[in-house]
Structure formats: C-alpha cells, structure tokens
Design a protein around this ligand. Structure first.
Ligand code: COA
Length: 158
C-alpha cells in the first residue's frame, strides 16, 4: 500500500469511496478540487499499487491555517476496512503536517461513529469538547477531538 498526495485524476475514485461511506461528509467534486488547490489544503490517498491500474483504498482531507489543522473528511472503501488503511493515512499525514509546521489537529465526529472513534483514539486523538445535538439526519452529538503533534513541554522546577 502506498500513501501519496492526491492527483486530480483521483477525485472520481474518492467520490466512489465517499458514496459507499454514508458516515463521511457529502462533498462534491468541486469541494475536493477547491481543497486540493488551496495552499492550506492537503488530501492524501492510499492506493494498492500492486493492482493494475492501482486501486484507491481510502483518503483523508485536511485544511491547515497556520499551526492548526482540521481533518475535514476521511473514508476507506468498505472492502478494505480494518486492515490499517486509515491508520496509515493518519500516520503519514502526521509526519507531513509536522514538517509543514502544524502543532495540532482537530476534528468533529459523530458520537455514535464507533469505528471512527476507535481509529482516532488509536492514533492519539483525545476528547477536546462535546457539541450537544450538533448533527442532524440522524440527530447526534459531536465529539471534538484533538491531537497534539508536539508533546507539551514539561517545565522543570527552578
Ligand atoms: C473510520 C474508518 C475511516 C476507519 O478506516 P479503517 O481503514 O477500517 O481503519 P484501520 O483499519 O486503520 O483501523 C484503525 C484502528 O481503528 C480500529 N477500528 C477500525 N474499524 C473498527 C471497527 N469497525 N470496530 C472497532 N474498531 C475499529 C482498528 O482496530 C484499529 O485499531 P488498532 O490500531 O488499535 O488496532 C472507516 O471505518 C470508514 O471509512 N468509515 C466510514 C467513513 C467515516 O466514518 N469517516 C470518518 C468520519 S469523521
């Protein structure tokens, strides 16, 4: 499996994965194109390069403003879930975002989305706050999760 930056030719395959993932944000082709062209935007894709043509397994879409990043959308093809694809995407993103000067990543997730919560906990996200009744269709609370990319500096006694 290879993790790389999105190419404009990937967007149809990203939309196909999104279509099979009702928990993902419902974005249009131009939403992805705009984010990919935004200087603060970063979309990573995971692909199975041993297939001909390579198959897009999943994606993660980020937006950075100064040292804060928002994970705005992510999904993995249902046929390839629970095989470490999303974790590989987030671990790769962490290295790239650190190099770009980011200090923390935030995201919102439905409180009922157990697979996503397991994923985010497994890469070190922690609960930042709760937004009661944030989601509609169906109604749900949102957890705001945060991942510190730099461990906090521990002050030693003077
Ligand atoms: C959430 C999602 C991206 C996870 O992708 P994935 O490739 O299956 O996740 P991974 O295989 O990398 O798993 C990462 C961790 O989460 C855990 N996990 C993933 N799916 C799980 C599930 N259904 N139940 C329990 N734990 C799960 C894994 O065990 C793993 O934990 P570990 O590292 O401690 O072993 C995928 O389920 C998905 O696309 N869901 C629909 C879209 C969505 O919810 N997007 C997020 C919106 S905020």
């Amino acid at each position: 499996m290879k993790i790389r930056l999105v190419d404009k030719n990937d967007i149809a395959a990203i939309l196909a994965v999104q279509q099979k993932s009702p928990e993902a944000a419902r974005w249009t082709q131009s939403d992805y194109e705009r984010l990919a062209e935004d200087p603060g935007g970063k979309i990573l894709v995971a692909e199975l390069e041993t297939m001909d043509p390579p198959k897009l397994l999943g994606f993660a879409a980020f937006h950075r403003i100064l040292d804060e990043v928002e994970l705005r959308n992510a999904a993995v093809d249902p046929e390839h879930r629970e095989q470490g694809v999303a974790k590989a995407l987030l671990e790769d993103a962490r290295e790239r975002l650190l190099k770009a000067g980011a200090k923390r990543v935030f995201l919102e997730v439905r409180a009922s989305n157990k697979p996503a919560l397991s994923l985010y906990c497994s890469v070190g996200f922690a609960l930042h706050s709760l937004r009661k009744g944030y989601y509609r269709d169906p109604d749900d609370d949102a957890f705001v999760l945060a991942l510190e990319l730099f461990p906090p500096t521990v002050l030693s006694p003077l």
